[in-house]
Structure formats: C-alpha cells, structure tokens
Design a protein around this ligand. Structure first.
Ligand SMILES: Cc1cc2nc3c(=O)[nH]c(=O)nc-3n(C[C@H](O)[C@H](O)[C@H](O)COP(=O)(O)O)c2cc1C
Length: 398
C-alpha cells in the first residue's frame, strides 16, 4: 500500500487515507439560503470518489461577512437540516466531512452585502478599490461570538470537525497581517496582539463544540504582498496555533488583491476582459504581466512552506496548492513534509480521482491544467461549480 492510502489520525478522528478535498465554493445554494439537489449530488460524487476528508466551500458566519453569492450564511438554526442531509450523504460513503467557516471582512463586495464591508483597519484593496470601515471593539466581540455560534451549528449538523478559514485575505488573515491590521489597540501591532482575534475565535469555538471535537484552521504561509504575512511569521503563528489547541493546520497562501496567487496557474484573460468596459480593459493591460508573474504555477507551490511549518509543530499539516502528480504527493508524505494532501481544482474536473488512483497504482490521471476558468466563473461570476475547460463558444472562449 502507498502512503497516500494509509489511514491517519487528525485529532480525535481517523481518516481512511491522506486525500483532502480542499474547501471549494460551489455557488449551489439558493437565494433563500437552502442547499440544492445539485449541491448534494456534487458531494455524493466526491464521497463516492474515496476521498478521506471532504471540506465543502466556506459557510459565512453572518451576512456582512458574505464574500460570495449562492453560498450558505449559517447565522441561523434553520440551515441545520440541510447541512444534516449533506453530512448523512457523505458519511454513507465512508468519508469524513469538516465544515469551513469564514468572514470575508474587507474582501466582501459592497454591492453583494448591501453595505460597507468591515475590516481591522480602513485599508483600501488596491485591486477592487474597496475601502473597509474599521471595526469597533463591539463589532469585534460580536464577530467572535458569531464564529462560535456558526461552529456550534456545524457540529449539530453532524460534521466531523470545523475549520476556520484563516487564509486568502479574509477577516482572520486580515487581523494577522500587519498590512491590513494597523490598529493601535490590543487587536493590532505586535504579533501577540494580531493573534488575539484568532485566539479569541478559537476559544469561542471550543466553548461551543467541546474539547474532543476537531478544530482545524487554514492559514496563509505567505500573503505574497508587500507588508503581508511572511513565512517566518506564519511559522511563529503556527506554533502559537498549536499551543491554543488547534487539531490541524492547512497551509495555503495568497490574497485576492494579488490575483491568482492562491490558485496559481493561467490568468483566464478572455473571461476577465469580457467583464470589463474600455477603460478597465486598458488598465488591465498594465497589471496583466504582474498578475501573470505572481500566478506562475509550480507543482506543489506551497509544499516548501508546509514543510517549514511541519518542522516546528507536532499537529498534522495539510498541504494544499498545485498537487498534480502522484509521485510528488507520495514524496511529500514519505519525506514528512506534510501529513495530508489537499486538492481543489483537480477534484472539480475529476471527483473520482482518488478512487482511480487507488485502483490503478501506476496511473497518474490528473488532467486539470490550472486554467483557472473555474476559479473565475465561481468567485467572480458566481456560476455553479464545474470544470469550464474547454470553454464553450457561448462562454466567450475559443
Ligand atoms: C472555485 C474555487 C473555490 C474556492 N473556494 C475556497 C473556499 O471556500 N475556501 C478556501 O479555503 N479555499 C477555497 N479555494 C482555494 C482551494 O481550497 C485551494 O486552496 C486552491 O485552489 C489551491 O489548490 P489546487 O491547486 O488543488 O486547486 C477555492 C478554489 C477554487 C478554485
């Protein structure tokens, strides 16, 4: 048996293999906050595909933190029944499922949330032009409580654990980064102070879910923007997260402001341009090269970062970003650079990938080419999650 298919523990739970389906927004919830049949079917396919741990796209803890359309906001109990149905479907096929919870902070679109987004400080996003309103002390406390209540609902719905999205430039990441957190009160300044928000969120979640329930976090090993989180800081942060009591850390990177740094690969230029007027098209030409350079794809692009963090903590490390060949995944496990291998885009195209790889140990079946058409269609146009390659004529492609 290969390492990829060897069972392993993550806190109090045992996973049947080392494959994790990294959280991936689906845009398959309805306007009235319900899950659709397509959503359930997508997760049934993934669960049948022999993935050890499945993490659905993030659920937002409240409406001001909603960074995407057609995704659940879990600030009320009436979402629990739909989520229960989901966890039952996944469990019926022997997979485990963890619910990711998030607050978008300054990365929320004012048009989508119908109000000014909030953040630790009023630092404008250079890509979207959005300037958030600085959170009051009271708003910080309310947000911490909302994370706790959301985690309680995740547990009640039968998930095997909860994951905080502390990565990709969302609110938790914004508090950690000295670029976006310029506060001069106890929530900003030193790393100690910038860690206060995530530490309080962790405590609130722990109070809601109890001691023997897995609480995971996804973090940025690097924001990949000047003044943002560096690897050195992320290593220090990880040792602190372990001390707080987190059960596992998923290591990612990049923030929205830098384009496709989380999902490295091609820039889907035709789709981007088709959304823009004349002036924006011209401006895009100026930043295009920079965006391309920042998004340059390298297999396992955050694996060295995961390895550096794993070197300093004992809790399981999940590596995500650009895993495309079996050999690299196996080596990452064998060389103890990571404990779990997490993929997003390849499972969009091939939900039964893990099953195919187990059945045929010589096969390297991943056919995702990192074209980022899925990334763009889902996160910008809020279209339903599927592989958008090759582009169909009516999608403005070739
Ligand atoms: C369409 C799409 C939606 C995503 N949604 C989320 C999300 O909800 N939460 C999250 O932490 N990451 C999200 N990600 C990032 C992925 O989890 C992952 O970190 C990234 O795609 C790199 O992995 P890959 O190279 O295997 O695709 C999303 C990625 C894509 C392509």
């Amino acid at each position: 048996m290969t390492m990829l298919f060897a069972p392993a523990g993550m806190g109090p739970i045992e996973l049947k293999n080392r494959f994790v389906r990294s959280a991936t927004v689906e845009c398959l919830a309805t306007e009235d906050n319900r899950l659709t049949e397509e959503y359930y079917k997508a997760y049934e396919r993934l669960a049948k595909g022999n993935i050890g741990l499945i993490i659905p796209g993030n659920y937002f803890i409240n409406s001001i933190g909603r960074a995407t359309d057609k995704v659940l906001v879990i600030d009320r109990d009436d979402v629990i029944d739909d989520l229960k149905k989901l966890t039952d479907i996944v469990h019926a096929h022997g997979a485990k499922i963890v619910g990711q919870i998030n607050h978008g902070g300054r990365q929320c679109d004012p048009k989508l949330i119908g109000e000014e987004p909030i953040g630790p400080s009023g630092i404008r996003d250079t890509l979207t032009g959005v300037k958030p309103r600085e959170m009051s002390e009271q708003e910080i406390e309310e947000t911490i409580r909302a994370f706790g209540s959301a985690a309680g609902r995740v547990k009640e719905a039968g998930f095997d654990g909860v994951q905080i999205n502390g990565a990709h430039g969302y609110l938790v990441n914004q508090f950690l980064s000295s670029r976006t957190n310029r506060r001069r009160d106890p929530w900003g300044g030193s790393l100690e102070n910038r860690l206060r928000f995530v530490s309080r969120v962790y405590e609130e979640i722990r109070n809601a879910v109890g001691t023997d329930y897995p609480v995971l976090i996804k973090i940025n090993a690097e924001d990949q923007i000047r003044g943002g989180v560096t690897l050195e800081e992320a290593i220090e942060t990880s040792t602190r997260l372990e001390a707080f009591g987190f059960d596992a850390i998923e290591v990612s990177g990049g923030i929205k402001e830098t384009g496709f740094t989380t999902t490295k690969g091609d820039i889907p230029e035709d789709l981007i341009l088709s959304n823009m007027g004349f002036v924006k098209r011209l401006l895009f030409r100026f930043v295009e090269k920079k965006l391309q350079a920042a998004a340059e794809f390298k297999e396992g692009y955050f694996l060295p970062h995961a390895a550096a963090i794993k070197n300093r903590v004992a809790i399981p490390i999940i590596s995500v970003g650009g895993f495309r060949r079996r050999e690299m995944m196996e080596q990452a496990l064998l060389q103890e650079q990571a404990d779990f291998i997490s993929l997003s885009r390849p499972f969009v195209r091939q939900p039964n990938l893990a099953k195919q790889m187990e059945k045929n140990p010589d096969a390297d079946p991943i056919s995702c080419i990192n074209c980022n058409r899925c990334t763009y269609e889902i996160t910008v146009n809020y279209k339903p999650l599927r592989c958008y390659y090759p582009p169909r004529k009516k999608e403005g492609g070739t």
